[in-house]
Each structure stands twice: as structure tokens, then as C-alpha cells.
Design a protein around this ligand. Structure first.
Ligand code: NAD
Length: 347
């Protein structure tokens, strides 16, 4: 059912609540498969299956590169959450996850909420990212923002020989949960900021706290700056935006920043260093993974700081092997998976 190279796929149906869910476990080589539940009105089961497999594989790579003892998995619930969601449906979904006996650990994603995960926890222990009141790690956004900051320090070290961000000009596109927390960190680190968002009130709040300059969302990628930080939408780096980039490097939290794999080559040819999104934005998953040992914020923050070394290693690998940083990130993750597979083989 799932694509070749996947370990497991499972369908969960519940007629009474209208639940139609698919779990894809791509790899448990590094540990139980962790990944969020996307609740989305897919056109049909086939497109839901394609998406869940793509996302699950992405989680394997993200966890491997982040040095976590977690595999890659993902779940989708088919339907419009605004229409279909009910406590009974989420409870039925939790029973389905429970039946997988911990091979898949779920979490929040687009279309599901922390309250949904809290409800899932009342049925099964195989869920992460629950509320702090339940012993969870809470909202992952501050952790993600902290991770982006560490990645930016690694980029600065790679390009300019110092991890200091003092005096660097950073343009952030999207000052929502992650982007606004990142703006605060950068302000504290002495960076000069330009910010942009489609919500004027979000921009105003950051300007008030940090004195940032502002730019129209459509023009954010053109700002002449040291670092451009996409913290809103995916596919920001594409055939039309790359020739217009005004930055030396791109380093942000948004998922899937490259519209196509070729855009990684385009950015490189344009002389722009692209710090791979799934390495940069791993702070949230590192934070959630800490729940396995009993969540402790100070320990989680120390783990998030690893993103600095990982980003440096990936950028150095790209330079050594003459490939794009995106390709280097995949190779870095694959090397860790290969090592774990070899270690698991009987000698
Ligand atoms: P969010 O919804 O809180 O913030 C996104 C912001 O982008 C909003 O303020 C929105 O108004 C703005 N925006 C929308 N369209 C825009 C546009 N065209 N130009 C400029 N701004 C625009 O989301 P978030 O949690 O801050 O996440 C930001 C990005 O980081 C997303 O792509 C998300 O998938 C990714 N990410 C987030 C986390 C996390 O822990 N929250 C972890 C990994 C990756």
C-alpha cells in the first residue's frame, strides 16, 4: 500500500464518526516513528496517501539530521477539520494510533491542535507535543525560533568567520509564532532587522519591541541584507524569486522553501547560501523529542543548540563535496541512517 522503502502503512476507518486516516511509517531505524497528524480535505485517498508518504519520509531525514533517536512517520485524516472534527472522531483516531503499539507516535500538524493531542493522550501514551499541564513541552514555536537563531550563527561563522550576529542585517518574512520570537532573539543579539507580514498588526508588534524597519511582503526577498529568513510560506525560493534575492544567505523556519530541487542549484549559481530548511527548523522536533525522557526546558534548549554544529557540518560537507547544501543535508542524514542500520546488523 505505501510506497517502496516504507516500513508500514495503516488505514483507520470509523463509520460512526466519519474518520478516514492513514498512517505511514517510513523508518524506525533510529527509533519509534514520530510525526504530526495533518487533518486536510484531500480530493481522494490516493492523494492523501502520496502526501502522507512524502511527509513521513521528510520526517525520517529531519530526525536523522537532528541527531534524534526517532524515526520518521506521519498521519493524515481526510476531510475538512472545520466540518468533520469532533471529539468522538479524535478519540477514534487515538484508538487507531494506540493500535500501532508505539511504532508511530503522533503530534500536532496543520489542521489539528494541541487540544486535539491532549484528547489523544487520554486514550494512548503514543502522542507528543501535549500541553505543559500534562507534562508535555507545549507550543514548539519558541524552540523552533531558538533553533533558527543557532543556524544563523552557523551561517555567519561559515560565511564571515564569526558566529556573531551583531550588526548583521536580517530580513524576516512572516512574523507569526516563530518569526516574532526570532526577531526578539536577533534584536537581543544586536542584529538590524527588516520585517514583513500580511498581517499589519503582527508587523506593528515586532516594530514596537525591536525598532525593525518594514517591507511589503511581496518585496521581502529583494531586500539587500545579510540574511533572508522565510518564516511564513513554502516555495519562496523559485525560478522567479531567486534572481531577485538581495541577501547573502537564506535561513528561515518555513518548510519546503525550495519550490523544486533545481532551485537549490539555482540559489547556488546565484551565489546565495541556502541553509536547508529541515536542518534549520528542527528546534521544534528536538523540543518535542525531549518529552520521551520527561520534559525539561533547560535540557531541551541545550539540545536545540546542536543545530549550530549540524548546520556547520552540512555547509562544510556541501563545500567539500561540491554539492548544494540541500543535497548535503540529505547525505548527512543518510549517513546517520546507514550507520544505525549497520550497527543493528548481527556481526
Ligand atoms: P504562524 O502561522 O504563526 O506564522 C506565519 C506568519 O506568516 C503569519 O503571521 C502570517 O500572517 C504570515 N504570512 C502569511 N503569508 C505571508 C506572506 N505571503 N508574506 C509574509 N508573511 C505571511 O506560523 P509559525 O508557527 O510561525 O510557522 C512559520 C513557518 O515555519 C511555517 O512555514 C511552519 O510550517 C514552519 N515551521 C514552524 C514550526 C513551529 O514550531 N511553529 C516548526 C517547523 C516549521
Amino acid at each position: 500500500m505505501v510506497a517502496e522503502g516504507f516500513e508500514e502503512g495503516a488505514y483507520g476507518h470509523d463509520e460512526a464518526t466519519g474518520l478516514r486516516a492513514i498512517v505511514a511509517v517510513h523508518s524506525t531505524v533510529l527509533g519509534p516513528a514520530l510525526g504530526g497528524t495533518r487533518f486536510y480535505p484531500y480530493a481522494d485517498e490516493e492523494s492523501a496517501l502520496v502526501d502522507v508518504c512524502r511527509l513521513a519520509k521528510g520526517m525520517t531525514y529531519k530526525h536523522a539530521a537532528a541527531g534524534l533517536h526517532q524515526g520518521g512517520g506521519k498521519a493524515v485524516i481526510i476531510g475538512d477539520p472545520k466540518v468533520l472534527r469532533s471529539d468522538a472522531l479524535i478519540t477514534a483516531y487515538a484508538r487507531f494510533v494506540d493500535g500501532l503499539a508505539g511504532r508511530y507516535v503522533t503530534a500536532e500538524d496543520v489542521g489539528t491542535t494541541q487540544a486535539d493531542m491532549d484528547l489523544v493522550r487520554s486514550v494512548t501514551p503514543h502522542v507528543a507535543g501535549v500541553s505543559e499541564s500534562l507534562g508535555g513541552s507545549g507550543d514548539p514555536s519558541p524552540a523552533t525560533a531558538l533553533g533558527v537563531l543557532w543556524a544563523m550563527r552557523a551561517v555567519a561563522e561559515h560565511l564571515w568567520g564569526s558566529s556573531s550576529l551583531e550588526g548583521k542585517h536580517v530580513c524576516i518574512s512572516g512574523v507569526g509564532k516563530v518569526g516574532s520570537a526570532l526577531a526578539d532573539h536577533l534584536h537581543e543579539a544586536g542584529a538590524r532587522l527588516t520585517v514583513s507580514d500580511v498581517r499589519p498588526e503582527a508587523v506593528a508588534a515586532v516594530v514596537e519591541r525591536t525598532g525593525a524597519a518594514t517591507v511589503d511582503p511581496a518585496g521581502a526577498h529583494r531586500v539587500a541584507c545579510d540574511l533572508f529568513s522565510p518564516c511564513a510560506l513554502g516555495a519562496v525560493l523559485n525560478e522567479s524569486t531567486i534572481p531577485e534575492l538581495g541577501c547573502a544567505a537564506v535561513c528561515g523556519s518555513a518548510n519546503n522553501q525550495l519550490a523544486t530541487p533545481e532551485d537549490g542549484d539555482r540559489a547556488r549559481a546565484a551565489g546565495v547560501l541556502y541553509a536547508p530548511d529541515y536542518v534549520v527548523n528542527a528546534g521544534g522536533v528536538i523540543n518535542i523529542a525531549e518529552e520521551r525522557h520527561g520534559y525539561d526546558r533547560a535540557r531541551a534548549e541545550a539540545s536545540i543548540a546542536r543545530i549550530y554544529e549540524t548546520t556547520r557540518a552540512v555547509l562544510a560537507l556541501a563545500e567539500r563535496e561540491g554539492c548544494t547544501p540541500a543535497e548535503a543535508a540529505d547525505r548527512y542524514a543518510e549517513a546517520r541512517l546507514d550507520e544505525a542500520r549497520r550497527a543493528a546488523q548481527p556481526s
